[in-house]
Design a protein around this ligand. Structure first.
Ligand SMILES: *Cc1c(COP(=O)(O)O)cnc(C)c1O
Length: 416
């Protein structure tokens, strides 16, 4: 069980709404730092342990700057994310570039920043060498374990996922990299998204360590890091539990000891690329009820829509909803909680038991800190919202203003 809390008062939220009308996202800086600390604590046994925050989860420089002093790097997968990382002050190997289907210009930019390149495919070795003019000294490759490992709902079965090298291709790939002068090596895999079971990550680590041992011996190379990707899940539902991170840390430590250290192999540093785990539970979408509609079903229509939070429509994902000021009211009504897009899947919740709602009620949709605002889009001309960061000292900081119609129309030729 995880209690769904919202750390700010209705009064505080009303105050923010005076300058940024609802809907908007609000992030709890202190909470974000606590998440990072728990992850680092679980791997305190591992020198050089690092989380490269997946920029795509919450691509805002204020969030990146909050994470930087905690020792986090950034994981980028596009030009925009590389530029954001650069502007937010990340340098060199603090930047990991885990892309796929990668344009030449992005390899070039990543190399210029001194980022660690994480290749998604064997063909990218020659492609990146051509794009950059040479290969960097440190290269990581992404494993797709295929049938060695079951995936989960968001990423799907590894053998049907577009990402990564097959194990055989890794032998060939690292042989090529070594022959072309690459000196430092990493191995990455990410086969699950939003996974809650601690042992899943330990099993994944075992698959990667096994390959690290085989590759090290076959090619006489050593691995500087093992990147277990992102994918640490969060309890979106109140009946779910948070991932047992100490169990993940301890399981990975034991596996490394048994499979690498005891075989005389170098102990690689463990890194992750977690986004959701870090910011997901520390963000909320604040929205108000516009209309209550009673037809074949009861509908609560909000001023937010799928453009502000796409996960329920995209994945059927559950997001908990709290009504501010009615936290202890009994949930006697059942609503579909909708947005205003001309799409019937524009629903934040279906058949959700809630207190009796009225127009004007303040709702918070929980766990929107990752892959929330970031997935926003402009269909139906809906504008993306503002984002607020409540700094760890309690000061509210507007970290993105809301879009305007001028923003929306800015790319039209000729202009309106
Ligand atoms: C999306 C993604 C992540 C972050 O995933 P989370 O679920 O937010 O932890 C990390 N690495 C890669 C390669 C990704 O595609």
């Amino acid at each position: 069980m995880t209690e769904k809390h919202f750390p700010f008062s209705l009064e505080a939220v009303r105050k923010l709404a005076e300058t940024t009308p609802t809907p908007f996202h609000i992030y709890d800086g202190a909470g974000i730092l606590a998440q990072v600390k728990a992850l680092y604590d679980a791997f305190s046994w591992c020198p050089g342990f690092q989380n490269y925050f997946a920029v795509k989860a919450t691509p805002n420089p204020a969030i990146l700057r909050l994470l930087h002093p905690m020792g986090c790097g950034v994981d980028c997968s596009s030009m925009a994310e590389l530029v954001l990382a650069e502007k937010a002050g990340f340098k060199g190997e603090e930047i990991l570039f885990t892309s796929n289907d990668t344009p030449a210009a992005e390899f070039k930019k990543a190399a210029e920043l001194g980022a660690i390149l994480n290749f998604d495919d064997i063909s990218h070795i020659a492609f990146a060498e051509e794009a950059i003019g040479h290969l960097p000294e440190f290269v990581c490759c992404r494993l797709n374990p295929g049938k060695l490992k079951e995936g989960n709902a968001i990423i799907g079965k590894p053998e049907e996922a577009k990402y990564g090298f097959t194990p055989d291709q890794l032998f060939e790939g690292f042989r090529m990299l070594k022959a072309r002068g690459v000196k430092r090596f990493g191995l990455h895999t990410m086969v699950a998204s939003n996974e809650l079971k601690a042992d899943y990550f330990v099993e994944t680590a075992r698959i990667v360590f096994d390959l690290v041992a085989q590759l090290s011996k076959a090619l006489d190379i050593s691995f500087e890091f093992v990147d277990l990707g992102g994918g640490i899940g969060i309890p979106y539902r109140p009946e779910q539990d948070t991932v047992d991170l100490p169990r993940v840390g301890e399981g990975v430590r034991r596996a490394m000891d048994e499979m690498l250290v005891k075989n005389g192999l170098r102990a690689p540093r463990i890194v992750f690329e977690c986004g959701r785990y870090v910011t997901g539970p520390c963000g909320w979408l604040v929205t108000r009820v516009l209309h209550i509609k009673d037809t074949w079903k009861k509908y609560a229509g909000l001023d937010a829509c799928m453009a502000n939070l796409m996960r329920p429509a995209l994945y059927g994902a559950y997001h908990h909803i709290t009504v501010l000021g009615k936290e202890s009211a009994p949930c006697t009504e059942v609503y579909d909680v909708t947005g205003s897009l001309c799409e019937n899947n524009d629903k934040f919740a279906i058949d959700r038991a809630l207190p009796v709602l009225e127009p004007g009620d303040w709702l918070v949709i929980h766990d929107t800190g990752a892959h929330g605002h970031a997935m926003g889009f402009n269909y139906n001309g809906k504008l993306r919202s503002a984002e607020w960061l409540i700094q760890p000292d309690g000061t509210p900081q507007l970290i993105r203003r809301a879009e305007t119609l001028d923003d929306l129309f800015a790319t039209l030729v000729p202009t309106l």
